[in-house]
Design a protein around this ligand. Structure first.
Ligand SMILES: *[C@@H]1O[C@H](CO)[C@@H](O)[C@H](O)[C@H]1NC(C)=O
Ligand SMILES: *[C@@H]1O[C@H](CO)[C@@H](O)[C@H](O)[C@H]1NC(C)=O
Ligand SMILES: *[C@@H]1O[C@H](CO)[C@@H](O)[C@H](O)[C@H]1NC(C)=O
Ligand SMILES: *[C@@H]1O[C@H](CO)[C@@H](O)[C@H](O)[C@H]1NC(C)=O
Length: 312
């Protein structure tokens, strides 16, 4: 997540969500199968402990972390434990580390998941981590449908784009393009880019939307793009997001985000040049707008009270 955004959230930490150790707000969501579905001394409990040690507390964490592990043990397939962990590409590694560790105490944090065989957890600190019984291979390939019914987080700014219609058009072009390229990226199932548009309803200023798309790496291309396009659909269906200047839709199998006039910093990826107007109006060329930080912070802070949905 963007550090400026998280900083802003400190001010409203008392209003919802869970405050982390360093006082930024963390939003999370989870899904789990029936609780009380195994006992503490069972073969599944042993396999799960062996799975969670490396999955939730990996030796090294960076923003490209992706692990898939199955513990077969000496048990029947039903008692095998499989899991997956991923950091979002724009996450800060220390926050992702905290996020991954959360699942080790899932039973304490979410009583509804106490001794559930299957647990999936997602957090705005920038990770998704899940485990399930049964050595399923490949285990979580279950696509957009699964993502829609599973845990999801929708975060957005309440600030509206001045020319909402033009913003929505440009956002659709950008994010559907990224949904296709993330699916075609074999190594990381990731894509980032930007798209400009002329803001006619405003003062005729050039605006740039920066976007990022990412799927868990076990997803086949078609399921990856399907999941991302489904998240894009959320941005158009959800009235609170549809005209927002920034929003994120995070799911268990994919993550789609955009923000206006503010590049998304992703460690290991050089910032692409911002899109420029293709036709420069006669007279003075409009420079890309620089949003004054103070204005942006004020707008976001004012909006943050209700503008970040969800939180457990
Ligand atoms: C857990 O997930 C696995 C793999 O998706 C599935 O086969 C199994 O039925 C689930 N178990 C429960 C108790 O929901
Ligand atoms: C776990 O749930 C499955 C079905 O969801 C059931 O068949 C099984 O008996 C349950 N196991 C325990 C230990 O409760
Ligand atoms: C968790 O995800 C589900 C499924 O998308 C959604 O219906 C629910 O509102 C989410 N809960 C929170 C607290 O975000
Ligand atoms: C979004 O902007 C359009 C104008 O393009 C407006 O008609 C619509 O009411 C706005 N939607 C919301 C939820 O604010």
């Amino acid at each position: 997540m963007d550090s400026a955004r998280l900083l802003l959230l400190i001010a409203v930490a008392s209003l919802g969500g869970a405050a982390a150790a360093d006082d930024h707000l963390v939003f999370s969501n989870y899904t789990c199968s029936a609780p009380g579905n195994y006992t503490s001394n069972s073969p599944y409990a042993r396999n799960l402990a062996r799975l969670l040690a490396p999955l939730s507390r990996p030796a090294a964490v960076d923003n490209w972390l992706f692990h898939q592990i199955t513990v077969y043990g000496t048990t029947t397939p039903d008692d095998q434990a499989s899991g997956l962990a991923m950091c979002f590409a724009d996450s800060a590694p220390d926050r992702c580390r905290t996020c991954l560790a959360t699942v080790s105490s899932a039973h304490a944090l979410f009583p509804a998941c106490d001794h559930s065989r299957n647990v999936s957890f997602i957090s705005s600190d920038g990770c998704v981590i899940r485990y399930a019984a049964g050595g399923v291979t490949p285990f979580f390939v279950s696509s957009a449908a699964d993502d829609a019914s599973g845990a999801r987080l929708v975060l957005r700014s309440r600030t509206q784009a001045a020319d909402a219609a033009a913003m929505r058009d440009a956002r659709r072009v950008l994010l559907s393009r990224l949904a296709e390229s993330a699916a075609g990226d074999d190594d990381r199932r990731f894509a980032a880019g930007n798209q400009g548009y002329m803001d006619a309803a405003g003062r005729g200023t050039w605006q740039v939307i920066y976007g990022m798309a990412q799927c868990t790496r076990d997803l086949p291309p078609a399921e990856c793009s399907g999941c991302l396009l489904d998240h894009l659909g959320v941005m158009y269906r959800d009235a609170s997001v549809t005209n927002s200047t920034e929003a994120s839709v995070m799911g268990l199998t994919c993550y789609l985000t955009y923000q206006m006039n503010k590049p998304i910093h992703i460690a290991g990826v050089a910032l692409p040049p911002a899109a420029q107007p293709s036709e420069t109006p006669t007279g003075s060329a409009p420079p890309p707008p620089v949003v004054k930080t103070t204005v942006l912070i004020a707008a976001l802070a004012a909006a943050a009270v209700t503008l970040f949905s969800v939180g457990v």
